[in-house]
Design a protein around this ligand. Sequence first.
Ligand code: FPP
Length: 248
Amino acid sequence: MTDTPLNIPLEKIPQHVAMIMDGNGRWALQRGLPRLAGHKAGTENLRRVIRASVEFGIKYLTIYAFSTENWGRPPEEVRGLMFILQDVIDKELDELNSEGVQLRHIGRLERLDPRIQKKVLHAIDLTKNNDRLVVNVAFNYGGRDEIVCAIQKIIADGIAPEDVTDELVNKYLFTAGVPDPDLIIRTSGELRVSNFLIWQAAYSEWYITPTFWPDFDKEEYRRAIEAFANRDRRFGKVSAGELQETNA
Ligand code: FPP
């Protein structure tokens, strides 16, 4: 997609946006509703954010839906989030597929209920040739767990220590083949990484907003991308402008 309604040059659009969809519980609490009502409202918003990502010309969207630590939540909330994942696949898959969205999963799928695994694998298979937007669903995902899993596989494959490089590690992560996130958005104002993409986020730009996830709308998403476009990404070096001045 080359057209974008964003008010920034095409080359400034982040290729990969990742999102920590936080604040569903507080959104519900503020309204005197159960926490699961917040997750349902968050799911509705996710649908809008996926559509907006397609419209904005984003190529990869990674969403943090269930962390390896979320198993410690009350059982009914865990059950509710498991149900939401299945429900989203049942209700949204055909439409997402027809819109050119490719669904992928990152995390420990094998530790989920076999029925959920089957649905997720079906969604991945059905959409595997779509190329408008790749949506990585981080479900039963933890950044440390991902690195542990990568180290285990590297050792099991008998890789020599001197062959272990950044590039090699990348190939062993759940996100193999996906570029690092350019922009990570966290809603609800918390200033934490929360075990999300801890390897891949080495040089990501962060956008943190106090807005609770169910209220994070397209206009705020646009503002986040426009703020990103105005950042000077130096990747530990100096900016191109500064370098020119130094060499002049
Ligand atoms: C964090 O908010 C949110 C989650 C742990 C779940 C995010 C899930 C969704 C948005 C639903 C979409 C899910 C799928 C599977 C597609 P919180 O509950 O920690 O909020 P709080 O900090 O206010 O309590």
